[in-house]
Design a protein around this ligand. Structure first.
Ligand SMILES: [Zn+2]
Length: 262
């Protein structure tokens, strides 16, 4: 099912361009700015970014990571998000394949990437993405190549948030401290809507494991204590990405009820 225009190199190019737009969303959404229209400017000197300085990754390299006008450093997040988006899209294309099924996986990956990086910088997960993502997941359900039954995805919508809420309630009862946000709970609704309850469980398991490993590593080096806030969103996002590609392969069927019924 080869397509004359859609092939791995063009999918990577699409990923770089979309990644560049995701950077705009990551910067503007938490600041309450419109994510469409309006040219981007340097956050330090305000000068508008010229067309040739706005190319994914390449511009960062030839500007050597600095604004052309005021020489202020450009965040490394820009090339990083572009490369991550392109890599995720390449994986989506090879797992879910030509000609167009990969686009649904790419949409889910894009939401996860934006959530992860907004949470890293601002410790928030905007409702527009988490609740909007859950709604989008249900709307796209009939076309998801890895989908289970609609019931699987409806249960997934509630299971992850329910389990997290239970965990947070327990944490609150034990420590009388909040420390954990409702954004993560809503983010799990998105994951469940897209991946079903099976993918949701795998995401929670992997996300918690990854977060524990990183938190313990930081504590061991004395760089943080129990009082520090760490964003959970990036770990959930990474867990969900692994879960997505696990559903796209067959090994998971050995451990969980098969999702490929439809
Ligand atoms: Zn500048």
């Amino acid at each position: 099912m080869a397509h004359p225009f859609l092939n791995l190199p063009s999918v990577v190019a699409i990923g770089l361009v979309v990644g560049s737009y995701l950077n705009v969303v990551i910067y503007r959404l938490p600041r309450g700015k419109s994510t469409v229209g309006g040219r981007s400017g340097c956050p330090f000197c305000g000068s508008l970014i010229r067309g040739w300085d706005n190319l994914p990754v390449l511009s960062y390299l030839w500007l050597r990571g600095r604004c052309r006008d005021c020489r202020s450093p450009i965040s490394r997040r820009y090339p990083l998000v572009e490369v991550l988006t392109a890599s995720a899209y390449a994986l989506c294309y090879s797992f879910f394949g030509p000609p167009w099924h990969w686009i649904l996986a790419a949409i889910f990956c894009s939401i996860l990437l934006v959530l992860a990086f907004i949470d890293l910088e601002h410790l928030i997960l905007p409702d527009r993405l988490t609740l909007g993502g859950a709604l989008l997941g249900l709307l796209l359900f009939p076309w998801l190549p890895w989908r289970g039954s609609f019931g699987d995805h409806l249960v997934g919508l509630g299971l992850g948030p329910g389990l997290l809420l239970g965990l947070y309630g327990l944490w609150y009862a034990l420590r009388r401290a909040e420390g954990l946000g409702l954004g993560d709970v809503k983010m799990m609704a998105t994951v469940g809507a897209f991946l079903g309850w099976q993918g949701s469980l795998l995401t929670l398991f992997l996300g918690t494991l990854l977060a524990l490993v990183v938190a313990l590593a930081y504590m061991a080096t004395g760089r943080m204590g129990l009082k520090n806030k760490i964003p959970f969103g990036p770990f959930l996002a990474l867990g969900a990405l692994i879960a997505l590609f696990s559903l796209g392969s067959t090994w998971l069927d050995r451990y969980l009820p098969p999702l490929h019924w439809g």
